[in-house]
Design a protein around this ligand. Sequence first.
Ligand code: UD1
Length: 364
Amino acid sequence: MKKVLIVAGARPNFMKIAPLCREFQKHRGKFRALLIHTGQHYDFEMSETFFKDLKIPKPYIHLNVGSGTHTVQTANVMTAFEKVLLKEKPDLIIVVGDVNSTLACSLVATKMNIKVAHVEAGLRSFDRSMPEEVNRIVTDSLSDYLFASEESGCQNLKKEGVHRKKIHFVGNTMIDTLLFNMPKINKSKILKTLNLKPKTYAVMSLHRPGNVDLKESFLEIFDVLKSCTKKIAFVYPVHPRAKKMMLAHGIKKEFDSLNNLLMIDPLGYIDFMQLIKNTRFALTDSGGIQEETTVLRIPCLTMRENTERPVTIDKGTNVLVGRNKAKILKNINRILKNEDYGSRKAPRLWDGKTAQRIVKILSQ
Ligand code: UD1
């Protein structure tokens, strides 16, 4: 029996590990898979609610590291995770995505000669000012199994000289979660709760340091939103990082003053996906929303200058708009005129069976 530790720490990780936990459970004669929560995200709406919504088993060990600078957070995860590895001696660890916990745990395991599998390998924005890009590059360079979600990931890894035997194109576990939970998503009552009608509103989500940490950039977004809310109502579930920066910059009252903007606390997975499914479009800087909207064929305006998920652009649903007001308004006009944003086909292997493929490869 092989012992596997699955690592998760921050909000987008939970959607990516849920199908893996389920799949390993089906193969429990062969694997003993245990979940380690680093505690990078700790607010109820950023963590526990996803365990409930997605029926993820209670973590075997919780490291409770919490927030800090990148160095402090990464170092705290490393110190705590080393103790876990010394005690548990797993055969393999699985890390997902690109958050600080992903980097920290892959580094500790590699130094202890424990094999590392990286789910969502090979994605590159080619922008090292993004903390996630550094996390991706380092994690991939250390990993033994590189599970790519889209073909660009495989190409990037090959270009970086990774041996082709280590690279596996398996699809997207986040989309496994979306498809698996669709019946529950369809039953969510969140539109009623928020008094919204399908396709009459837009959703904004925002948290990247590049957009919210500097007052100037955050104010640029406010200016964009001021114009956009004249065209359509916006719902904005506010990420704790954005909330913290809004208060620190002293600009919350500006946002509060917009009539057509509904600011709410972060939502759980099921309610948020119902909100996304029925939105006219998303205005976002998130990675996951770019992917989810592609499968749902919802227009997505990404407030970044680049994306590590180019398949979402190729499929036509996603457009990079940065904080460029003219570009954003032009796209909103197109969307409101019902112009088509997206192909009928989901990206290859985004079919709900990615976790199955991963566990099959690991079994062999
Ligand atoms: C992290 C990930 C990012 C991911 C995002 C999704 C890194 C480098 N970044 O960004 O890739 O897209 O999660 O949410 O790993 N905070 C709370 N409660 C929480 C968590 C955070 O209040 O439960 C606040 C704290 O003030 C904290 C700040 O948010 O300092 C930032 O949290 P952190 O985990 O450092 O990064 P995120 O911006 O959440």
